[in-house]
Design a protein around this ligand. Sequence first.
Ligand SMILES: Nc1nc2c(ncn2[C@@H]2O[C@H](COP(=O)(O)OP(=O)(O)O)[C@@H](O)[C@H]2O)c(=O)[nH]1
Ligand SMILES: [Mg+2]
Length: 454
Amino acid sequence: MARTITALATPPGVGGIAVIRISGDDAISIADSCFSGKISFFEAKSHTIHYGTLQFNDRIIDTVTAAVFLSPNSYTGEDVVEISCHGGMVVASEIIEILIANGAVQAEAGEFTKRAFLNGKLDLIQVEAVADIIHSLSIPGCLTAARQLTGEFTARLKGLREKLLDIASLLELELDFSEEDIEFINRENIKSLIKETRDYCNDLADSFKSAEILRSGFFVAIAGYPNSGKSTLFNTLLQRKRAIVSEIPGTTRDYLEEMIYINGIAIRLTDTAGLRPTENIIEIEGIKLVETVLEHSDLILIINDISISPGHSDKLFNSIKTKYPNSKVYLLQNKIDNVDSDKLDTMPPETVNEIRISAKKGIGIDTLKEVLEKKASQSIDRTKDILVNQRHALLLRQSASDLSDALTAIESKLENEIIAIDIRSTAKTLGEITGDTWDEDVLNNIFSRFCIGK
Ligand SMILES: Nc1nc2c(ncn2[C@@H]2O[C@H](COP(=O)(O)OP(=O)(O)O)[C@@H](O)[C@H]2O)c(=O)[nH]1
Ligand SMILES: [Mg+2]
């Protein structure tokens, strides 16, 4: 018997309405015991809404509407009542207390969704998609997560699993007839099918990085020598004064991070401390932080003060490029407003990864934004419509490696039995992605990302 759980499903605080969820075997009776409307919830049909008052010891707490969903046709698969009361800090918590007094227990984080999974309403990929939708920071990220909720990724993985299990069965069947030297399946066909599946798994695992960009935004770091105009550029892109700008070098010692959106694409922008040799302890700490930021950046913008010289930051630019080969690095020639146009014309023309700007006067900022959007979009394009997370990526890599073992086994003409073991092990691993097989640790880890009430 499932104990009946309850929680606030909407964010706490002042708002138009608040929704309280109740789910479990006693959801109907617990909700009914404090509700007074035209009919009792016991007579209510599934998927109906009822207007009435919520009372406790004859005291009216609020007028509410309540939606009734009967098992198995609800989010959790259990009987569910969703009470919509007036928003605010007090009413909803009072109603929850009454429901608890009537026998419900406070739901744990993600418990409604966990029940949906355990009752077969959602698979693990869909559960994770729910979390992705809730935490989504960008429109494309949210749309991809929503598609995942429809079960597209699950269907593809199921197809792969079935194919692999078929091969394993045939290999095992062949064993029974080994005396007769019958070959049920062509080795070359098996090999190409396994290769195809392995490459697909690797491809999907590779798309994890792009999926992370969809989830958390495209990481762009602004770095350079002190006073080159990093904080000015940060403020200009943010369109507000967020970072302190000053002519005193070494002003930004921590780093600042803000999200900007360019055509719906989330860009996580970081302003860092200026890089220079220094004895100042706080500044040294700041410079250490810059390295951590740069390590995690998808794109690094090195700001150079062109009014000193166009090549003033070349040493820094080259060392950053060598140190972070996985990031794209751009050189922004800043303060062009400070250089006579005649002098600008005599300077060497910009290279491919170079843009001339004036952070202060807003020159070249549109071009920079276009580059940011283009680079972010290119990185997102690799997601192939599937939002792979770290858990999926690990399991996909493991599947690919099992399949490589299977290929080696075939090539070394090993026993069918051994090949079949590798193939079955891959099918099992793919099953862990959708949650066909799971353990408590995996579930706890996934649901810890949820909030109470989801
Ligand atoms: N003329 C001009 N001055 C700028 C420009 N960008 C920044 N500055 C000035 O350069 C100094 C240092 O700027 P800041 O943004 O604090 O540099 P940071 O140390 O790299 O963060 C300030 O006095 C800014 O006003 C620019 O595009 N043109
Ligand atoms: Mg600064």
